[in-house]
Design a protein around this ligand. Structure first.
Ligand SMILES: *Cc1c(COP(=O)(O)O)cnc(C)c1O
Length: 238
């Protein structure tokens, strides 16, 4: 992919973001664009880093570490947006400006321990499985407040908001209902006072549905395909 192609795809995404923001009566500074760069090479990521995107999102720790250590993200932060196993926490803390996929007490405690060791405060989002989908990661809606209580005991983590990957719905109305439910949860959490929680980010919306997510209050969209084209998953080597 050339930088010119990327530029045009990005312009299109930004235009669609602006249209949705305008329709919602929101200002354009209210939503961040996260480029979901899974499977993209360090070279492609470095080209994108020079353009008007706010940050990168990676699914796999190994890819994040490789591209981070190769300085592919330039001055842009990178977030972990895919599932995190506790045995990969050590490599992730400190490299990921935010861990968006935190969905268990065990994971919060593990991140706390590593962040304490590195003497940093690790920002994170709590991932909610808003569709209660058996096949998806994320904590259940009802677990949110327990997780916030856990984070209260952890001086080296800071909860900055919520993230979700909702199920694919058949209609726009149904899709919006998931996003609206997330926004409601986000507001509920915001209304309570926590020392280790500053509810500022609601990360939702991907290539297929980001305008709808913006209409329902998203403050960060994670866009992959619409920016980089269809993903080529690496072939198994023979
Ligand atoms: C891949 C991915 C995205 C982006 O998906 P697209 O449909 O390609 O835009 C967003 N969020 C997460 C968690 C992802 O894994």
């Amino acid at each position: 992919m050339t930088q010119q192609e990327l530029f045009h795809r990005l312009e299109d995404v930004r235009r669609r973001m602006d249209n949705a923001l305008q329709a919602a009566g929101r200002s354009s500074s209210e939503v961040l664009l996260c480029a979901a760069s899974k499977t993209q090479t360090a070279e492609t990521v470095a080209l994108a880093a020079e353009l008007n995107i706010d940050l990168f999102g990676e699914n796999r720790v190994q890819e994040l570490v490789q591209k981070f250590d190769a300085s592919a993200y330039g001055q842009k932060p990178v977030h972990l947006i895919g599932h995190l196993q506790t045995n990969k926490v050590r490599q992730t803390v400190g490299r990921a400006a935010m861990i968006e996929s935190v969905d268990s007490e065990k994971l919060i405690l593990c991140i706390e321990k590593e962040a304490a060791k590195q003497q940093i405060v690790q920002p994170l989002l709590l991932e909610i499985n808003i569709g209660a989908d058996q096949n998806k990661t994320g904590a259940s809606q009802s677990a949110l407040f327990e997780l916030l209580e856990t984070a209260e005991q952890c001086p080296h983590v800071l909860v900055k908001g919520l993230m979700t990957v909702p199920p694919k719905a058949d209609t726009e109305t149904e899709q919006r209902r998931y996003f609206a439910a997330m926004y409601h949860l986000f507001c509920q959490a915001k209304d309570r006072h926590y020392d280790r929680c500053k509810m500022e980010i609601l990360s939702m919306g991907m290539s297929g549905d980001f305008p709808l997510a913006i209409l329902e209050g998203s403050t960060m969209v994670r866009v992959g395909t619409a920016l980089f084209g269809a993903r080529n998953y690496p072939q198994l080597s023979v």
